[in-house]
Design a protein around this ligand. Structure first.
Ligand code: GTP
Ligand code: MG
Length: 421
């Protein structure tokens, strides 16, 4: 019980790092947006004011305007951002059961045979009523009960690579409160369109969970699917769950050797084949669990009973503990590496935009300086000319004055001479 409480605390604590990080980066882009709008208005003012055409040309003003759109786009993507976790594996390995166990409720239909017939995305909403929306439609289909959801999904003749979005009240599940979105898939063995799957549903996934059947072994279909994924995504974050581990309880004498064999194969797959992890990292990515049992245990707990009353076989506690351990490592991965990779591209785009703007503003400033210097020189030239003219004038007037003075004197002399004579 105490480890359970601890892990719950951990889930709530680390999960919110993503939500916090998202708020922070959103606020920063809000500030950038204000700044960009202010600058754009200023620059547009410059380009429109008469006689200033040589400072900012039309194309430049246009580029500034495009920054406003770019920043707004980033902000829009950011507000829609969530942590997307996609689950893959063969039919009936228990993908839907793992998601249900993590969500602590029978949300997705699970059962024997080929159950999940299209992609199902579970995401959080603020209201109290769950609903689902089919791809290409806006209509909110009511989901009053889990059973009805299962029926609704069965009745719809959906293409296997299409997507049904299930909106589930956040208040019912802490992982949904933390902006985690779950994507369930049909078995990788039933589809011919794995390429479409990867393009449509995997490229923006932050974490992948490969759900294996511990009663058999990893199949070629599962391997090649992840090989394909890792050609399109550099270093995908992958967790491997050996599910149905409760079955091993019926053969205790082989349990350890089977576990060692699975463990070695899974680690080799991550390290040597996909080359996404070091051995040390991969050891923290492979788990032996029982999803059905964990879900049963959690449902029992929700009803006030001890979790082990949901046990399917001997050794419940260690399997239950391993499931919680998986969730802890999963949360850790989401809050550290995934937050980094998720926001890294946004912040580097933000940096590029502000750098470009700085360069452009520096250019404009330089041009304004040149223009000012030019005008100053013009002014100096004019003042010089004026003062030259003034001196010339002075010289001329002084000479004239002298001349007149001399003339007057000459005339005076001549007159007085004439008078005397
Ligand atoms: P598809 O959607 O058909 O691809 O299958 P899936 O991978 O989603 O498997 P699902 O969760 O529907 O599980 C298939 C069956 O296996 C169901 O009857 C589950 O109850 C059962 N099951 C799932 N996990 C476990 C487990 O850990 N132990 C046992 N014993 N049964 C399990
Ligand atoms: Mg399923």
């Amino acid at each position: 019980n105490s480890s359970f409480a601890l892990s719950r605390h951990f889930l709530i604590h680390t999960g919110s790092i993503f939500v916090k990080a998202k708020k922070n980066i959103n606020d920063i882009f809000g500030d950038i947006s204000d700044y960009v709008i202010e600058t754009t208005n200023f620059v547009e003012g410059l380009s429109e004011s008469q006689g200033q055409g040589d400072i900012v040309d039309k194309a430049e003003a246009e580029t500034f305007r495009s920054y406003v759109f770019k920043i707004n786009n980033i902000r829009e993507v950011l507000t829609r951002d969530h942590m997307k976790v996609a689950f893959f594996g063969r039919t009936s390995n228990g993908k839907s059961s793992v998601i249900n166990a993590m969500l602590r409720d029978k949300i997705l239909p699970s059962g024997i045979g080929h159950t999940t017939n299209c992609f199902c995305q579970v995401e959080g909403i603020d209201g109290h009523e769950a609903y689902l929306v089919k791809e290409g439609s806006e209509e909110k289909l009511n989901v009053t009960s889990v059973k009805q959801l299962a029926n609704a999904l069965c009745q719809e003749k959906l293409c296997e690579s299409s997507l049904v979005r299930i909106f589930w009240p956040r208040e019912r599940c802490s992982l949904l409160r933390d902006d985690v979105v779950f994507v369930d898939s049909p078995g990788v063995d039933v589809s011919q369109n794995l390429d479409d799957w990867i393009d449509n549903h995997c490229l923006n996934a932050d974490v992948f969970v490969l759900v294996l059947n511990a009663e058999s072994t990893m199949t070629l279909a599962e391997k090649s699917f992840f090989h394909e994924v890792s050609t399109k995504i550099s270093k995908p974050n992958i967790f491997v769950l050996n599910n149905r581990w409760d079955a091993s309880a019926s053969e205790p004498e082989f349990q350890e050797s089977v576990k060692a064999q699975h463990q070695e194969r899974c680690i080799d797959f991550l390290v040597k084949e996909l080359k996404v992890n070091t051995v040390k990292e991969a050891e923290e990515r492979v788990f032996f669990v029982s999803a059905r049992e964990t879900l049963q245990g959690r449902l029992q707990e929700a009803n006030g009973l001890p979790a082990h009353t949901g046990a399917l076989a001997e050794g419940f506690q260690s399997r239950y503990f391993e499931f919680q351990d998986f969730e802890r490592k999963f949360e850790e991965c989401i809050s550290k590496s995934a937050v980094k990779t998720k926001f890294e591209q946004h912040s580097s785009r933000g940096k590029t935009i502000s750098n470009d703007m700085k360069l452009m503003l520096d250019n404009i400033f330089e041009r304004i300086n040149d223009l000012r210097n030019q005008k100053l020189e013009q002014k100096k030239f004019l003042t010089d000319r004026i003062s030259n003219t003034e001196t010339q004038l002075m010289v001329v007037t002084r000479e004239m004055k002298m001349k007149i003075h001399n003339m007057v004197e000459e005339v005076e002399q001549k007159v007085s001479k004439a008078l005397n004579e």
